[in-house]
Design a protein around this ligand. Sequence first.
Ligand SMILES: Cc1ncc(COP(=O)(O)O)c(C=O)c1O
Length: 419
Amino acid sequence: MSSADTTRSTSPTGFDEAAIRAQFPVLTDEHGSEVVYLDSGASAQKPAAVIDRMATFAAHHYANIHRGVYGLAQDADAAYEGGRRAAARFVNADPRGTIFTKNVTEALNLVARSWGEENLGPGDQIVLTELEHHANLVPWQVVAQKTGAELVWVTVQRDGSLDLSPLHEALAGGRVKMVACAHVSNVLGTILPVAEIIEAAHAAGALVTVDGAQAVPHMPVDVAELGADFYGWTAHKLYGPSGIGILHGRREVLEEMPPFLVGGDMISVVTKEGATWAPVPTKFEAGTPPIIEAAGLTAAIEFLDGIGMDAVREHGLEITRYALERLREVDDIWLYGPERAEHRGPLVAFSLDYAHPHDISEVLARRGICVRAGQHCAEPLNRAMGVSATTRASFAVHTTKADIDALVDGLGEVARIFR
Ligand SMILES: Cc1ncc(COP(=O)(O)O)c(C=O)c1O
């Protein structure tokens, strides 16, 4: 599906690959040399600074938040609210509209349930793209079934880009209330034209929810400039801990939405008859939130700040370009997604005519090469592509060209076994 890409990049200035790699214990411990981690799209490895920050916080500064006046509780409040400010600043969003959830899946469910059930009805339309991860697809299916709203699909073309005509036609019809799309596809790598989508949706009076899970870790993102009404991402793909997701919402929209989960902390007054809600964002954070994880997220953001997101993107481009080039040397390989690295996030999904993705990943695993095989939580996309599964290699700041060479050598072994 993809043909030769002849462009080459120079090494980004200031990107010290060895120094970055040295910060990941899993790559430097006694088994580190045996690991070629090419599964950061599923979840990223953690640098020592993130692990240490969480351990230090848990050991010396931990308490519950919002409830104590003693020193430890104040430390915990500072860490948690500091995490919120760091997350908002990292993508230029409003901290007062920044909500912590369990992951991006929960963030997107929050929008679909809380905003969708309140604002959608029979005849309204929700526009989705075929390349959505299930996290930004199934919640909208469920809310459509509950409210009588219809789904409209933006289709994916053979080159991995979107045909936006169904979006424009639907918007012209005047019934679209929500457009939900990924910023970067987790299978094709496609960078979606989100600014264009948001502008068109807003011109037609529709809101936009963006799933930024595969974008925020790999490129500079400016939520305010994009103007997304809702933008979600997830810390564990950004070298941070699992258990914490981030939702940025426009405050005036969040103010009007009912809470998603109810219980402790998110209330203002509770009587036997009912309750009123705390202000946004606390209204959407019921129960004890991910406090240690917020401290870890701050450390992950500082880790990326230390590299610089422009350099992160440059490195991702260089590695993706090299991966496309080297993978094109493999016989009978199918590469999915845009031909040019510039149009992609740092991942490549592929298939071989003669070996199932599960067999490919198993042969690679014997050499310590970690890739993912399957549908990557995007079944409708796999159907649209006409494949039952693919193998995906996804990259990170610690990925080297030697890692890509190891992958290509491993595919040579797959060919020897299965061809
Ligand atoms: C594009 C995209 N959206 C959503 C998710 C779900 O992330 P989480 O499991 O952290 O909710 C993923 C994870 O693979 C993803 O790649």
